[in-house]
Design a protein around this ligand. Structure first.
Ligand SMILES: Nc1ncnc2c1ncn2[C@@H]1O[C@H](COP(=O)(O)OP(=O)(O)OP(=O)(O)O)[C@@H](O)[C@H]1O
Length: 878
């Protein structure tokens, strides 16, 4: 029924069959349905321009010859080319009724064609086989059940012919009514008027038929919807149209009960109707037809061309179809320059507005105006949009929130890492900034150029740290470097006691002229450079210097009690005895602090390289001072990287790893200090060939490891009642003199362990208090209060310590060596050395632990929380 299209629905006893032209541009036909004669009779791979279908058959207009071709089974319509065939005739339109087919010849001039004023229509089938010559050009034909109608091209009026008795349509055809298009149904015709309104005439199902049709829904096919339409099609007793507003389907008339209804909101390109069955081609890229009505498939699995291709460009009011998928109009149509044209939609629904007009390639687009929604569709659209927006907004907010969180985490992490690295750097002082080093160098340089005069004020001397003295001044101070004033002699120098004009007692170190000038000069400058900047209570203070031609003199604070070496190994036994255990351990602690300062607070670290008992001097208050920086060297900023230096130092104190491998680190000083500790404990020299075991390390360590601590203690002193403290010191000494530098503890660990041992040795803060300054002065441009505790018989009470007579204000000069402001406990916590950690597992440590018990516990154990008594003691003394 109806007109030729890219799709057609046949009908009959065997049920509806849907046929459509494939959308792949091949123009070949595919059919689906129950009637096998139609489905399987469909010619394969033969291209058609368009299709039409009737009762049990389908016909197509062959693309190559423009001839009709039919398949299926119908008594009256011949399968194949309808007969009689009009030789040479070509057709542009086909339309099939129940049992007939009509075709409109193309307007070619000639015997069988038509001219501008006449049209030729050939019909075949039941009571229809005839050739009709119509006056006027006909643009379209459409077949009903037993009749046909045509539309004149010029005046757009309609004319019909066929079996008037059965159809009752022909006489009702409106005259002088202009149509854009027409579509015939079973017994009616519907058309789209020029104003886009649908108009139908003919008859619907009458009462007699209704009674025989067991289940029929009511509806008059002539009562049409008011909506504007772009096209209409007719079924047996119903009609459907495509609304021009939204291209949705609207159907009216009678429908059989149990029929599926046209899907609501379905937008289509084209529709076609059988008797009780209708299919639409959704305006989607899939182009798979959706059908409704009585029986038949509801969805078809083949993509179908949405229309009939025309050779001309789309006329005004039409737009060219362009599939947004991979199939475009040019590909859908053959020949390549033909195209699909669709009528533009007209207007927009009340609650929408035209967002873009119809143009050559696209229909106009309407957008719902959410501020004036009237339809459910608009409401649901706006709700969805709102939800989508809010979902988008929430998603956006969420993304921002997540980004903020991530950024915050990264920021906190970075700041924490940077802070940790900074604190670690400052605590260990292992790496110095380039600025610091630059400052160091420039300060060093400017220092050498400095040509300051002697100032009589001792405090001023200290402020300037090192002042230049004239040779005459020092010559006068030492009484002309008389032998009487000589207090000591080293490898390259002699040390004289002198008194400056202001009465300050000083020690003047004078390089021996006959000695290696180059070496002594180097040591002179090293000591001068370092000491003028180092600043610690347990380092020997440099007061000044004299560099006068061949004379190089260094001026120090005078140490009234000489060196530790003199006390331990001197000929005066009383002097040795006077250095009791408390004083010895106190000296050990103080010297350890001085060395710890060199390693831990100076930046870059200073490696002394000549730690020995003769370089630990004792002042009038029996405080120890580390002296002689002639061999000192600036260590690597990274403490883990050893310097490669030729060995220098004193035999017996020299780190074997440094000696053999020339690897120099701060741990070399640790080794030397371990030897000093053994000296302090045993009273033996580092190397004493009068014993069988000449080397103190080789002699003492096995005894200590064996737990025989008494065997190594200085026989001049009676051992303390409790050996625990000395055991701890012996354990520390053993760790210090380990062969591998990395197995030795760092100096801060050593200091801490010694402090604990001292506290243990004293037992109570009220028992013979050792001489310790209450404040270690770290170089900075600040005023420091230095309380010098006088003697062992002083009271241990806090008040007395604070109110001591011997308080003096000491101002220290700025130093290029950096001093991180950390507390002693922070410093200690931060500096657990590799060796300390390893110490727990080394064979060495195990042996010691098992043999002498607590005496050689690991340093970690030794610095575990102190007892309240120890704590009180430490508070008072450190
Ligand atoms: N400031 C000082 N006050 C008192 N005595 C000092 C002072 N400085 C050095 N002495 C004494 O002079 C001795 C020699 O010191 P010096 O530093 O020149 O040589 P050394 O360290 O003993 O040997 P070497 O130079 O071979 O290393 C010291 O052992 C010490 O007894």
């Amino acid at each position: 029924l109806g007109s030729m299209a890219s799709i057609a629905v046949s009908y009959g006893e065997d049920g509806p069959v849907f046929c459509g032209l494939n959308s792949d541009g091949s123009h070949s036909v595919s059919c689906f349905g129950a009637d096998a004669s139609v489905v399987y009779g469909a010619p394969l791979r033969i291209p058609f321009v368009g299709l039409t279908a009737g009762d049990g058959f389908t016909c197509g207009l062959l693309l190559d010859t423009n001839q009709p071709y039919c398949w299926g089974s119908n008594l009256y319509v011949k399968i194949g080319v309808p007969q009689p065939m009009v030789e040479g005739a070509m057709y542009s339109e086909l339309s099939a009724g129940d049992n007939h087919l009509c075709a409109l010849r193309t307007s070619v001039k000639g015997m069988h064609g038509a001219n501008a004023d006449t049209s030729v229509i050939d019909c075949w089938g039941y009571n229809m086989t005839a050739t009709h010559i119509v006056t006027g050009a006909v643009s379209a034909i459409s077949a009903g059940s037993v009749f046909n109608c045509g539309l004149f091209a010029r005046n757009r009026t309609v004319f019909c012919w066929g079996d008037e008795t059965v159809s009752g349509v022909i006489g009702l055809a409106p005259r002088n009514v202009r149509f854009q298009s027409i579509g015939a149904g079973g017994y009616h015709v519907c058309g789209v008027l020029e104003n886009a309104q649908a108009f139908c005439w003919g008859r619907s199902l009458d009462m007699q038929q209704m009674s025989t049709a067991s289940a029929i829904d009511e509806g008059d096919v002539n009562i049409v919807p008011m909506d504007a339409m772009v096209s209409v099609v007719g079924g047996r007793f119903h009609a459907c149209g495509i609304r021009s507003l939204d291209h949705q389907v609207a159907c009216w008339g009678f429908t059989l009960q149990n029929s599926t209804l046209a899907p609501k909101g379905l937008r289509v390109y084209a529709i076609v109707a059988g008797d009780y069955f209708t299919c639409g081609l959704p305006a989607e890229t899939s182009l798979k037809p959706i059908c409704w009505g009585h029986s038949g498939p509801l969805a078809l699995p083949v993509a179908v061309s949405p229309g009939i291709c025309v050779p001309d460009s789309c006329s005004h009011g039409y737009f060219e179809y362009a599939n947004h998928g991979d199939v475009g109009s040019s590909k859908t149509c053959k020949p390549a320059n033909s195209r699909l044209c669709f009528p533009c939609s007209v207007g927009c629904p009340n609650d929408s507005y035209e967002s873009s007009p119809c143009n050559a390639t696209a229909d106009r687009v309407c957008q719902f105006d959410c501020s004036r929604c009237a339809s459910d569709e608009c409401v649901s659209f706006c709700l969805t949009q709102k939800r989508g927006k809010s979902r988008k907004f929430v998603a956006f907010q969420l993304r921002i929130f997540v980004a903020e969180i991530v950024f915050a985490i990264i920021l906190v992490f970075s700041v924490t890492v940077i802070a940790c690295l900074y604190v670690r750097h400052k605590l260990r002082c292992c790496r110095c900034s380039k600025n610091e080093l630059r400052v160091a160098k420039s300060t060093s340089y400017s220092f050498r150029k400095d040509n300051m005069k002697i100032q009589p004020d001792v405090e001023d001397l200290k402020i300037r740290r090192a002042q230049e003295f004239s040779y005459e001044e020092l010559e006068h101070a030492t009484g002309g470097f008389l032998e009487d004033s000589q207090v000591g002699k080293g490898s390259f120098s002699c040390v004289f006691k002198g008194i400056l004009r202001d009465g300050t007692v000083v020690a003047v170190k004078r390089a021996i002229k006959a000695s290696d000038v180059k070496k002594s000069s180097k040591e002179f400058h090293t000591e001068l450079d370092l000491l003028s900047r180092l600043n610690h209570a347990h380092l020997l203070n440099l007061l000044g210097y004299c560099d006068d031609g061949s004379e190089r003199l260094l001026v120090y604070e005078f140490m009234a009690h000489g060196s530790l070496y003199q006390h331990l190994h001197g000929t005066d036994l009383n002097l040795k005895k006077r250095l009791n255990w408390a004083r010895r351990v106190t000296i050990a602690v103080q010297a350890a602090r001085g060395i710890e300062y060199l390693h831990g607070y100076a930046c870059p670290p200073v490696i002394h390289r000549d730690i020995k008992s003769s370089n630990i001097l004792i002042d009038e208050d029996h405080n120890a001072r580390v002296a002689d920086f002639g061999l000192s060297i600036l260590g690597p900023a990274d403490s883990g990287t050893p310097l490669s230096e030729l060995p220098a130092g004193t035999l017996g104190y020299l780190d074997p790893e440094y000696y053999r491998l020339h690897y120099l680190t701060t741990k070399s000083d640790v080794y030397s200090f371990g030897v000093v500790l053994l000296e302090i404990l045993s009273g033996r020299k580092a190397i004493d060939m009068q014993f069988e075991e000449g080397n103190i390390v080789e002699w003492a360590v096995p005894l200590i490891k064996a737990g025989d601590i008494s065997a190594i203690l200085d026989p001049v002193l009676s051992p303390p009642s409790d050996l625990e403290a000395l055991k701890k010191i012996a354990a520390v000494a053993c760790k210090c003199v380990r062969m591998r530098a990395k197995d030795r503890p760092s100096m801060d660990k050593v200091t801490t362990a010694l402090e604990r041992a001292l506290a243990l040795l004293m037992g109570s803060p009220c028992i013979e208090q050792p001489i310790l300054p209450t404040e270690v002065v770290l170089g900075s441009s600040r005023m420091h209060k230095k309380v010098s505790q006088r003697s062992s018989n002083q009271s241990c009470s806090e008040n007395e310590l604070a109110d001591g007579d011997d308080q003096r204000i000491e101002y220290r000069a700025p130093s290029w060596i950096t001093f991180p402001s950390v507390t002693s406990s922070q410093r200690r916590k931060s500096s657990a050395s590799e060796a300390d950690l390893d110490g727990r597992t080394t064979t060495d440590g195990r042996n010691v632990g098992s043999s002498i018990g607590d005496g050689l516990r690991s340093l970690e154990e030794e610095i575990s929380p102190v007892s309240p008594q120890e704590n009180l003691y430490l508070q008072h003394n450190f």
